[in-house]
Design a protein around this ligand. Structure first.
Ligand SMILES: C[S@@+](CC[C@H](N)C(=O)[O-])C[C@H]1O[C@@H](n2cnc3c(N)ncnc32)[C@H](O)[C@@H]1O
Length: 286
C-alpha cells in the first residue's frame, strides 16, 4: 500500500520543470492559455507570438516525458477579422520540427453548448485535443475507455446483410474494410476520437476549468495506477484532483498565485487517500 501524491507548484512551467529529471512523467495533459482569449483574467500571448512562447516550454515537456508517454494539448484557435487564426496549425508544425510525433487529434464536442448568434459563423461547439508522442510505442489502455454498444446492438446488428458477415472492403478504393459481424453479441465497443462531454464543471472560480471527464478519459487511456501525470498549466487543479482520485501521482504548475491556492484546495480532500497501487518511483528532483 502506498500514498498517491499530488503537488501544486507555483511559477512559470518553463522554470519549474527545470527541477525535474528527464523521462519523469507518463502523461502530460493540459490546456494552456489560448493566445490572448482570456487576457483580462489570466493574461495571454498574442497569437502571432504564440509559437515562439510555447516552444521553450514544450522543449521541457519533451524532456520530462517518458519515451512511452503521451502529451495531450487542449487548444482552440479563435476567429479574428473574419478568419480563423492559424497559430494552432503553425504550432503543430513547429512541434513536429521540435521532435514530437503528432499522433492523433481528438475532438472535444461540448455537447451542452448554448446557442449564440454571429453574422458570419455559428457558435463554436468543439475544441482540439491534440495528441503528441516521443515515440510510436506509447502506452495506451484502450480497454479502459470502452463504451456500451448502444442502439447499434438493437438496430443495425439485428439486420446483417451478406456484406456484413465477411470482411467487406471499401468500394471507393480507400483501402479500408470492415467486418460488422465481429461486433455481434458484444456489450462494449471502442470509442471514436470524438469526445462528447458537457462543459459544466463544479469549479466556478476559474473561468476555463476542465470538466473532470476530460482529463479523466485521457488519464485512463494513457496511464496505469501509480503512474505520473503532469499539468503544466493546471489552473484550478482539475487534472491533479482527477489523477489523485484515479490513483495516479501528479504535479500541477500554475503561474497565478490565486489559482495555486484554488488548485491546492481542489486536491486537499483527496490528498490523504490511500490507494493500493504498484510503487512507481517518485520523480527525481534535480
Ligand atoms: C486554460 S487555463 C487551465 C485551466 C485548467 N485546465 C483547469 O481545469 O482549471 C490556463 C492556466 O495556465 C496558467 N498559466 C499561464 N501561463 C503559465 C505559465 N507560463 N506557467 C504555468 N501556468 C501558466 C493561467 O494562469 C491559467 O490558470
Amino acid at each position: 500500500m502506498r500514498i498517491t501524491t499530488a503537488e501544486i507548484k507555483h511559477g512559470d512551467c518553463l522554470d519549474v520543470l527545470r527541477e525535474y529529471a528527464d523521462n519523469t512523467f507518463d502523461l502530460i495533459v493540459t490546456s494552456p492559455p489560448y493566445a490572448d482569449r482570456r487576457k483580462h483574467t489570466y493574461g495571454g500571448v498574442p497569437p502571432e507570438k504564440y509559437v515562439d512562447w510555447f516552444l521553450p516550454r514544450s522543449e521541457q515537456f519533451l524532456r520530462v516525458l517518458k519515451p512511452t508517454g503521451t502529451f495531450i494539448l487542449n487548444i482552440k484557435e479563435k476567429a479574428e477579422n473574419g478568419e480563423r487564426h492559424t497559430f494552432v496549425i503553425e504550432l503543430i508544425l513547429a512541434l513536429r520540427r521540435q521532435g514530437w510525433l503528432w499522433t492523433e487529434e481528438f475532438i472535444w464536442h461540448k455537447k451542452n453548448c448554448y446557442p449564440g448568434k454571429w453574422p458570419n459563423r455559428f457558435r463554436d461547439a468543439w475544441e482540439r485535443c491534440l495528441q503528441f508522442n516521443k515515440t510510436r510505442r506509447f502506452k495506451m489502455r484502450q480497454e479502459a475507455v470502452m463504451v456500451p454498444m448502444g442502439d447499434w446492438k438493437e438496430t443495425r446488428m439485428k439486420s446483417l446483410g451478406k456484406n456484413d458477415v465477411i470482411r467487406f472492403n471499401s468500394q471507393v478504393g480507400s483501402g479500408f474494410g470492415k467486418n460488422i459481424a465481429n461486433w455481434l453479441y458484444r456489450e462494449m465497443a471502442y470509442p471514436t476520437n470524438v469526445l462528447h462531454l458537457a462543459t459544466e464543471c463544479s469549479n466556478k472560480r476559474h473561468s476555463a476549468a476542465f470538466p473532470e471527464a476530460l482529463p479523466e478519459w485521457f488519464i485512463k487511456l494513457f496511464t496505469d495506477e501509480g503512474d505520473w501525470v503532469l499539468d503544466p498549466f493546471v489552473g484550478s487543479g482539475t487534472t491533479c484532483a482527477v489523477a489523485l482520485r484515479l490513483g495516479r501521482n501528479s504535479v500541477g504548475i500554475e503561474l497565478v498565485r490565486e489559482y495555486v491556492e484554488l488548485a491546492r484546495q481542489s486536491i486537499e480532500p483527496a490528498t490523504a487517500t490511500l490507494f493500493e497501487t504498484p510503487t512507481n518511483h517518485a520523480p527525481d528532483q534535480r
